[in-house]
Design a protein around this ligand. Structure first.
Ligand SMILES: C[S@@+](CC[C@H](N)C(=O)[O-])C[C@H]1O[C@@H](n2cnc3c(N)ncnc32)[C@H](O)[C@@H]1O
Length: 332
């Protein structure tokens, strides 16, 4: 039987055609590269690649129609991120292969510089917030999730990991230091890395009040190689303040000694955009699978997770990630 020369399109061939079309443009490939470990709004992407907003919207629509990017509403803004390739479905293998090749691309230097500017703006907004709001910190924290709501679960997770008596801990972003007494009781040495002088002062007052002699408080950006490592790195409600959370996880993995653990308490993805103004949140929580993907990319293995639903509708995720490699970050 002779097949017709021009067979009409089927939904299956449409799927593949949309993928090939989306991948057939250098700018769109660079957009996918920029979204490898980050998510950006349309305006940010327009700025990063120096194109008009309507042009960028068109490219994002093509990528979204092909299933290569997904959107996430963050308050009034829409953020774009890479979509997961549909394993076992038509187009899934092509999508994975395309993204694998895309990850070998080097973004143009000017685009890299503009991404750094976007991150710097986000980080600046977060620092400003904690400098201004130290006085009302606890009340603001309590609007979403107070430490009392996850303290016991987090301690159970830490205790279950069975750290040795001489083990050390780092707390990243301790804020007013409410969790430091618990760490000081369980670890031989505790280092607190806090980049807000105002918040560090609150933590210092607590350490003095509670006589925590084994806690060292450092005014430091935890993501800027603070030259310290510990068996257990704890970070509570901080990730959503970081400009680039995937990159942050890479830096945090470097704080964990080989064989050690990173414990992250974080909000699950939510749509309460008032949290940006009231609590200085840069991100409205995170999808569980995003944290797992970023941690894996940072060389960490996913361990136990605990989820805690709150009466106010927020959900907390407590995540354990293990550093299983034997190499130290200086060898990487
Ligand atoms: C929402 S508070 C959480 C405080 C505390 N962990 C808690 O659960 O109550 C976030 C804290 O992280 C700090 N922080 C943000 N970025 C940081 C960074 N790059 N390095 C160190 N601390 C940081 C902020 O200054 C702030 O004290």
């Amino acid at each position: 039987m002779n097949l017709p020369l021009c067979a009409s399109a089927t939904p299956a061939s449409d799927t593949l055609a949309a993928l090939c079309k989306a991948g057939g443009d250098a700018l769109r490939l660079n957009i996918l590269r920029a979204l490898a470990n980050d998510s950006f709004g349309v305006l940010e992407l327009a700025q990063i690649f120096a194109v008009g907003q309507s042009g960028m919207s068109h490219h994002l629509k093509v990528l979204a129609q092909a299933g290569l990017v997904a959107t996430r509403r963050e308050g009034n803004a829409i953020f774009y991120r890479r979509a997961l390739a549909p394993a076992g479905e038509l187009g899934g293998a092509l999508q994975s292969a395309l993204l694998e090749e895309v990850d070998r691309l080097e973004l143009p230097l000017d685009a890299q510089a503009r991404i750094a500017q976007v991150h710097a703006r986000r980080a600046e907004a977060s620092r400003d917030f904690f400098a201004r709001m130290a006085g009302s910190f606890q009340a603001r924290q309590d609007l979403i999730a107070s430490i009392g709501q996850y303290r016991d679960s987090l301690l159970a997770l830490i205790d279950a990991l069975g750290f040795a008596g001489d083990a050390s801990a780092i707390e990243v972003g301790p804020g007013d230091g409410a969790f430091l007494p618990e760490l000081a009781r369980r670890f031989a040495r505790v280092t607190a890395l806090e980049n807000s002088p105002e918040m560090l002062e609150l933590a210092r007052e607590r350490c003095l009040r509670d006589g925590l002699a084994n806690v060292e408080l450092r005014l430091a950006d935890a993501l800027a190689s603070p030259l310290v490592q510990a068996d257990c790195v704890v970070m509570n409600m901080v990730l959503h303040h970081f400009a680039a959370p995937a990159e942050a996880l890479r830096a945090l993995a470097g704080l964990v000694k080989p064989g050690g653990s990173l414990l992250i308490t974080e909000l699950c993805s939510h749509d309460q955009s008032w949290a940006r103004d009231a609590c200085g949140d840069v991100w409205l929580g995170f999808e569980q699978e995003d944290l797992a993907r970023w941690a894996t990319a940072a060389g960490l293995a996913c361990g136990e997770s605990v989820y805690i639903g709150l009466k106010n509708g927020f959900q907390i995720q407590l995540r354990h990630f293990a550093r299983t490699d034997a190499r130290s970050p200086s060898q990487e």
